[in-house]
Design a protein around this ligand. Sequence first.
Ligand code: GDP
Ligand code: MG
Length: 598
Amino acid sequence: DKQKRVRNFSIIAHIDHGKSTLADRLIERTGLLTEREMQEQVLDNMDLERERGITIKLQTIRLVYKAKDGQEYILNLIDTPGHVDFNYEVSRSLAACEGALLVVDAAQGIEAQTLANVYLAVDQDLEIIPVINKIDLPSARPEEIKNEIEEVIGLDCENVPMISAKEGINIEDVLESLVQIIPAPEGDKNAPLKALIFDSYYDSYKGVIAYIRVKEGAIKPGMKIKMMATGKEFEVTEVGIQAPNQVPVDELKAGDVGYVAASIKNVRDARVGDTITDGDNPTDKPLPGYKKVVPMVYCGIYPAEGEDYNSVRDALEKLQVNDASLVFEPEASAALGFGFRCGFLGLLHMEIIQERLEREFNLSIVTTAPSVIYKVKKKDGTELEIQNPTNLPPMTEIDYMEEPIVSASIMSPTDYVGAIMELCQNRRGTFNNMEYIDQTRVVLHYDLPLNEVIYDFFDALKSKTKGYASLDYELKGYERSELVKLDVLINGEVVDAFSIIVHSEKSYERGRHIASKLKEEIPRHLFPIPIQAAIGSKIIARETVKALRKDVLAKCYGGDISRKKKLLQKQKEGKKRMRQIGNVEVPQEAFLAVLKFD
Ligand code: GDP
Ligand code: MG
């Protein structure tokens, strides 16, 4: 029976512990690609992913391994994204597996995302195989790390593979463990179809390609299928496996991992986590755990040049076809003109979209301060959800407001506990508890307002702990909070793109900070430029960009020709990234600079 020799697994790890490198070695060792064809990190195929070393989009790949018992096994490797913004995708891809390889760096040991991923895998009842990687490093402490995994996570490490993914050492041990330890999939091939979608993307020829794990029944071309979350029906045009290119097959059966195409036009109709069933013979209950993911962070995205509006819209539409969690709608700003309000899973997701707009679509864009969703209870009894500070009703109409709170786990060497506590305190955190992992490391649990986390919390944490601390968080709920809208006036005009919602206790500090940052960022003009921060009509901070002196200008323009050329060139480059607000030119960097606090 073929099903007995299938192993479906994921690789989980803290970022940089070697997940992608190990995936490459497994692909190479199973002979799927020869060493020459092997491009480093086959699975991370977007440029951005490669540069940042993160996995954004899930990928799956089917390997065939001839084990020491002489049998051939099918190993379906399902890749998971490696960042808190994409935790739901991680949990769905784990739900498609029976087991997971837990890669731990032999020099770094267990870190926050190691634990977060282990919890997700335990939730899915997976068999977890620890793997100690980077044993080639001089600083490797494999024996210590082995004890750590046994003590902290409680996994048996007696036969733990100790490998170097980079040098290709002991990779066979990993493959043998996969075959021996991970159970074969179960599931009735003759029951009505139940297949879990764990990834999907849009292909311009075949329509949406959904990556699925068939849990029960079978799926084949010609069949009518139904998406259980939306009730929408489609006819299957192709099913196949990824090995490493798409290879069509006759059918996918219970236990199999593969892809399905069904002339679906939008990734929204093949949502990650949804269950596909047979349209003519549907199952009564979907697979558990489906969640419609909702954006947590919003910001405005505006073309730097007004005439690029349509190009920005086209680009966002194109990105959205492949990214069901990106949302956007048109909005207008008095300062920035016409643009879009965009919603993201988190800050990383937001940065990725911004970067892709600039790189892949060659657009110059201006983004406004990110905002979370606030709940506003008005005195007249109505409720609003606000994701753009500009839309906040006047304070006199508001009874009270609520803001989102996350529960955060921060793992760090004990040396930095003081610094972390200070940072969390400054960010309005509520301390819950502290756990010792071992003598040298702790996990701190804090409740933090998401609004404080989305700015530069992660950067601040890294810099205060020399890069040693790691962070994981999830949404806990909404809590009532004393919030105010902080406006910024440049040359007497409110610039709506700079408005933010802040806690009242922080408003003065933040107002002063923004005013002084803007003073640094806005170049001198021929006239003085007052910069003010205000709450309602009350000015709480003030700075002035002094006027240029005439003789400075004269000197510039009187100089030799090459210097003049250089200056003109510089101005031209500068121009592109400037935004005209009233009669003041504000550089694009100013919009981001105001977001950094520590
Ligand atoms: P991921 O973030 O978990 O996917 O980690 P990567 O596979 O991208 O690896 C992160 C970094 O660690 C890269 O620079 C790899 O070359 C390096 N790396 C991975 N495995 C090993 C190993 O076994 N030994 C050493 N010395 N470096 C490794
Ligand atoms: Mg990676």
